[in-house]
Design a protein around this ligand. Sequence first.
Ligand code: 3H9
Length: 695
Amino acid sequence: MSDKVAYTRHDNIAVLTIKNPPVNALSQAVRQGLMDQMDHAEADTGVDAVVIVGDGRAFIAGADITEFGKPPMAPSLPDVVDRIEASPLLVIAAMHGVSLGGGLEVAMGCHYRIAVPSARIGLPEVHLGLIPGAGGTQRLPRLIGVAAALDVMTTGRQVGASEALEMGVIDTIKDGNPLENGLSFAAELLEGKASRRPVSEMPAPEGIDWDAAYEATLVRGRGQISPAQCVRAVQASVERPFAEGMLTERQIFMELLKSDQSKGMIHAFFSERAVGHLPELKGVAPRVIEHIGVIGGGTMGAGIATAALLSGLRVSLLEMTAQAGEAAHARISGNLSGALKRGKITPEQHDTILSQALRVITDYQGLADVDLVIEAVFEDMSVKKQVFTQLDAVCKQGAILATNTSYLDVDEIAAATSRPQDVIGLHFFSPAHVMKLLEIVVADKTAIDVVATGFELGKRLKKINVRAGVCDGFIGNRILATYRSASDQMILEGASPYAIDAALEAFGFAMGPYAVADLAGLDIGWAVRKRKRAELGVEGARTYADKLCEAGHFGQKTGKGYYDYAAGLKARVPNPDVLELIAQERSETGITPIEFTAAQIVRRYMAAMVNEAAKVVGEGVARRPLDVDMTLLFGYGFPRYHGGPLKWADIVGLPDLLADIEECAKQDPAFWEPAPLLKELVAAGKTFDDLNKAG
Ligand code: 3H9
């Protein structure tokens, strides 16, 4: 008998305790254990009720996601839930921690539900590209009505115990030990002669305008299909008898399980967790960090300081003048007010942070006792070197000196100090208190415990931490530079920026690259191009993008860029000057424009992204393909349901992608040189994911 579900007897009540750490996922052994122990309870003379409880930190976090994609193993979860519900005994779920997905479905198979106040419930299957598949779409609407059930399912959000009680998902809340609560609730119910209450036998709820709900959910999902499929499954709960509704749910669930979107999202789920686990850091103790210094109080520095303050660190922020210091203080204050408004901190925490944890200084000496300092000053090597020389002079021994550079050589910065082993790159994304990605850039001489500290700090700041090696732009910006160039090239060949934006937005990006450029400010790229041309001594070579900037159009901040924002930021309309400037450049360079379909645009853009990503992995700048995937997902708006560029590449097939790249290389062999790693994988018949699995 499975040891994953323990059986104990407390007078006339049997207790089934699920023991499958860390989160009691419903593996085959747990499902079998529940079946067997229900049999046991029913055969045990004198038992009148069963309490199901989770051992450890949760009731049940859902189906075992590691089993998805493998051959199904009996008993199936829907059968387990039906078995529990059909029991002649009174069955009670005693919930604590999370009851998610299949976990909530098991609880809904029970006749009554009690939870501790901190318990949370939810049906997060949409985040895996799925719908609930063990009766959730049929039972939840019967319990709480269609609108509330759809809200829970299509958002996948976690609902706290008091809201769950209000909705009617649970029957009662009680503080204390979940098992004891379950036992006393069961005793009460037995004493009151409460009868079994199978949710499947409850009347079907009122219907809604299903097609309208389906369409609205599809639009909200921005290309993701599973939330809209929840609507169809719930529709069946209203329009069909329970058993038939279950068949509809099963059919949709199984179809989605085979879909590319669920493959992408399941990859994202596991990669999000794997990305911060580096084998080399096992057993390495991080340094203690309680007080950090931040140099520079602009948007980036203030964002980093805010993130640190919100995670309970003390921050000393260095600015050059008192006036700049005041501006930095105001920025951080503004960020903290936002956190207060969103309920992330209490008014007391807000006040304590500002009065005690934050210190704005104007003298390097003030950084003498910090444990770690992050500079967020102007992106210029000589400025960075000066900063690091000064830090080297004032910071205590053992302090970590971090640069937030987004592309400069961290080895060179480290060499400006007498302690390169303590230097590391911590590349935040703006706004740093909001964006989830942190690239941890490991230089040649960075000590291993400094790397471990970078990861520990990132975890404390609730970031997705990706290890990157030193190169121009690290993982993210290096890949970005390549796919943006490929995109600009497509414009010269005949695609319009608007067609490119539309194609990529349909692919799932929240904004296409030219809408993003307008948002970030076109002057940034202009400055870089001017600097690079000056370095090469080719100042005269101006592009349509330069001419747009010369006319004073920097994007949203000037009201015009690729788009015209006269009617508001959301009502963006193409700026006709842009097409004219592009046409001019094409004719000056003798290009006859060709047509691009949306599919061709996506294919070319993605081929450039994947090829550069493969180089980044092949060169060891990223350790594993999943590191690239998480970088693009959390820092560059890559659609989660494709899993990341390299997961997407695996799904569409590497041989075809390589063929596309080789075709492009006929026109521009230097830019499109196929990544050696991609060629190797194709030759060996392997995928990027095989490399992830190899560790
Ligand atoms: C479902 O239920 C389908 C059904 O409707 C129908 C079926 C027929 N399976 O996140 P953490 C692992 S779909 C396997 O770091 P936290 C996780 O990988 C499922 N493993 O901790 C990690 O492993 P490692 C619906 C799982 O405290 C470890 O547990 N349910 C599962 O930050 C700790 O996790 C969900 O989608 C699982 N279900 O967060 C819930 N869950 O240490 C998914 C976790 O090796 N899970 N693991 O990296 C979560 O949202 C969070 O993990 C949870 C804990 C909130 C539970």
